[in-house]
Design a binder for this molecule. Sequence first.
Ligand code: NAG
Ligand code: NAG
Ligand code: NAG
Ligand code: NAG
Ligand code: NAG
Ligand code: NAG
Ligand code: NAG
Ligand code: NAG
Ligand code: NAG
Length: 559
Amino acid sequence: MSPPIFALLFFTLVHLRLGSSALVSLTRGSFLSVERPSDVLVSPTGSFSAGFFPVGENAFTFAIWHGVPVCSGGSCVPVWMVSRGSPVNGERSRLSLTERGNLILTDAGKFIFPVWSLSNGSSKAAKLQLSDTGNLVLVDEGGETLWQSFDFPTDTLLPAQIIQRGTRVISSRSRYNYSEGSYSLHFSDDEVLRLIYNGPTLPVSYWPPPWLPGRFTSKSSRSAVLDSLGHFLSTDTFEFFSSDYGTILPRRLTLDPDGNLRLYSLNTSTRKWSVTWDAFSGMSCFIFGVCGNNSICSYDRTFGRTCSCVPGYERVDPSDWSYGCKPTFQLSHECSRDVGFVKVPYVDFYGNDYSSTSNITFKNCQSMCAGLCSCRGFQYTFDNGNGIYNCYLKTELFNGNNLPSFSGEFFIKVNKSVNFTKDQLQKRTRYNCTGGNKSEELDRKYRQERSSAVIRFMLWLAVAVAGIETVIVSLEGGGDVRHVRLVSWVQQKMRGPMESGWGSVRVEGIVDPTLMGNYDKRKMEALIHVALRCVEVDREMRPTMKEVVEMLLSYDDLS
Ligand SMILES: *[C@@H]1O[C@H](CO)[C@@H](O)[C@H](O)[C@H]1NC(C)=O
Ligand SMILES: *[C@@H]1O[C@H](CO)[C@@H](O)[C@H](O)[C@H]1NC(C)=O
Ligand SMILES: *[C@@H]1O[C@H](CO)[C@@H](O)[C@H](O)[C@H]1NC(C)=O
Ligand SMILES: *[C@@H]1O[C@H](CO)[C@@H](O)[C@H](O)[C@H]1NC(C)=O
Ligand SMILES: *[C@@H]1O[C@H](CO)[C@@H](O)[C@H](O)[C@H]1NC(C)=O
Ligand SMILES: *[C@@H]1O[C@H](CO)[C@@H](O)[C@H](O)[C@H]1NC(C)=O
Ligand SMILES: *[C@@H]1O[C@H](CO)[C@@H](O)[C@H](O)[C@H]1NC(C)=O
Ligand SMILES: *[C@@H]1O[C@H](CO)[C@@H](O)[C@H](O)[C@H]1NC(C)=O
Ligand SMILES: *[C@@H]1O[C@H](CO)[C@@H](O)[C@H](O)[C@H]1NC(C)=O
């Protein structure tokens, strides 16, 4: 890789600002002090810096960031850090390469975190240096690498940094708390690169989501890497191209605190990062636990993702949704049957099913939940296909997702004596089919691929919607059972069985099998929701066929 122009600019900058004081390497028997701002390692062309990085009041970690050694006003984003969960003191803390050849971080001159220590048989470390790829490397006298930061990522992967079996990228707790959060990216035992939610119970894989094509794994290797032009490729056949693919720019692939994996590119003139790819574009409510416990996630193309507490609950930590919500009322531990229920329409809480019962009356379903101490609420849905009602008892109000197409009703157990405000009982609304504001979307231009398959699917969908339209019209006189079935069948498929954490999306079962693997299932899911939300509203409010087609076209942001 030839040194990009921006790097040369930084090189000049570095020399202007720091003269000869910026360090090129740390040699044996020397240290970097937290108290000396100029104690920063700079890569040969100045594209990266490594030094003590403030993470709180009198709290520092040793970190790597893009560009200039001096970070002002929080302009630097750390791409790697040591001791992320336990910052060191702003006085007498050091990163030392000891005389004996060990690399250690000392906190306030007292506590020691070994970064790398000499083991029997290995040669002594001679110096620590930062490469132009952002890799902090410890080498011996012969220049052999003993240790490198690229093997121990925190929440970010840089171009050329290989993620392989055993490597884990772990999100930060929040934007300003860099200790380990709940999400991780790594190769799982089935050799697929996955995003995992590590909650209070069992870890749950939430990406690749069920609506993406299957991945194929090679026998021997597991590795993935982003190249300098913006192409990510994994041995499990997963790949993507950044929206600005083809240009060499500073980039970082970060597992953000909200569980979304995003690729960022740095605009070198404005020094601003922008998203050029993400794993859950427009589907971010499907990230496991994204709004925390006892809450509901809504996604709207205009407003993006919003979280809200379920009625009767309030936020645990107003600055961090991952803590979710807690009840404002008491429910006695004696499990009195004398409880109340609050209805939340168009909301699905997936996972945490205690039981499911078919062909049951509402009264019996409610009574089952009231009598079961661990039941936090229940879902009561009509199975159009069989003409019966089903009852699902839930032990947690987790992964609440406001899906306009979701026809079931959810009832949350509350203390009967609680008075709810109008705001808490506010009806969740279905999306407005005719509205839609394209301009609010994140500026992402994905590489055009498989567009013909998407167009074909959209035609299929338009035909399906046309079918639905006819049906509903013809049911006011005549009636066409086959088409009514189609609607309920699609709804049924989209709802799916509540199992293994997932359950809301079953796109595979709906789409013409000949299209398999040749379309963007995520987009498809969104499109099917569009179709469904349009058949469920009053006829007066339904969009016309022309509007539907326009809407579908507006969803096709491939161009
Ligand atoms: C190094 O070797 C010595 C002597 O064989 C042994 O006592 C010591 O435990 C070894 N240290 C490590 C870190 O393996
Ligand atoms: C950061 O998050 C960790 C883990 O949740 C928590 O223990 C710690 O107190 C937090 N630190 C700050 C400064 O809030
Ligand atoms: C960087 O931002 C400026 C100002 O918004 C814009 O004009 C320029 O095109 C951007 N550069 C790149 C490479 O996106
Ligand atoms: C969710 O909240 C409920 C009620 O506050 C609590 O009993 C439960 O343990 C919480 N679950 C998780 C996963 O935090
Ligand atoms: C409802 O709350 C009141 C006090 O707030 C409490 O005395 C009562 O036991 C609660 N009812 C149930 C069923 O938990
Ligand atoms: C549902 O239950 C009713 C009353 O028990 C029964 O008559 C009906 O056949 C059941 N329907 C199905 C589809 O099982
Ligand atoms: C709830 O509202 C009723 C009627 O407005 C009132 O009598 C009662 O005191 C209220 N309860 C609480 C706990 O505020
Ligand atoms: C839907 O949006 C359109 C355009 O913004 C507006 O005219 C219409 O009243 C809205 N319909 C509903 C039911 O909100
Ligand atoms: C769409 O978004 C733009 C930009 O935010 C705004 O100016 C416009 O009023 C919005 N249109 C509608 C119909 O909401």
